[in-house]
Design a protein around this ligand. Sequence first.
Ligand SMILES: [Zn+2]
Length: 250
Amino acid sequence: MITINPLRVGTIYCDKGKTITQGVDNGKMIYVPSVSWLIKTPTEKILVDTGMPDTHTSHSFHYHGSYQLPGERIDQALKINGIKPEEITKVILTHLHWDHCQNGHLLPNAIFYIQKKEIEFARNPSGTYFRSYDHPALGLTPAFEQYPIKELDGDAEIAPGVSVILTPGHSPGHQIVVVHCSQTYVIAGDAVLCYDNLLPSMQQDYVLPGRHKDSAETQKVIEKIIALAGATHRILPGHDEKVFRKKEYF
Ligand SMILES: [Zn+2]
């Protein structure tokens, strides 16, 4: 049997309309969780995303007012859940934005599965994306450059029952994770930031995530995720408090 546990790895303070739900609740400041996912299969322990950096870095360089409490750094969050960091053999990074890929060096036995397209864009971002990727041009150090990486070029099976699908839109090399527990769950990364993104609005079929590289692709990806999951409650968004309603998905 395969199970999934959501781990809180920090809290981000942001403008809902600008960041989470495009054009809806503009100017409303909210707190959203940064989430990592622990997947336990009969033979291994896999993580999806490793979360955000410490309070000082998050607050100073990214979203003012964001924080990571003691116990929320990924290695500490694992220990609280009875898992030693060295037990993690694989880490799937949905994408390389600052709040999804930090502190991987604290997982000494993990190989990091990242899409080639995401690595290329992280190294050579455009427009407003330099900060999202901790780009060296800003004097920052991208965490992923220190990791042992397995580059993926499209969809792939990572372990029996655990697969990734390339879903560009939020970022050029974004990937989602499909997990076959007793039901099928889709760990959506930032392709779906919160359950509100799945609600139709007056202007469009869905309330698109506030921040995305390509809106047409983002919309297509949401439709794909809904089809794969079959029901909203089997979609696990990247930044929604509601995912913690359950301690374990199975
Ligand atoms: Zn993101």
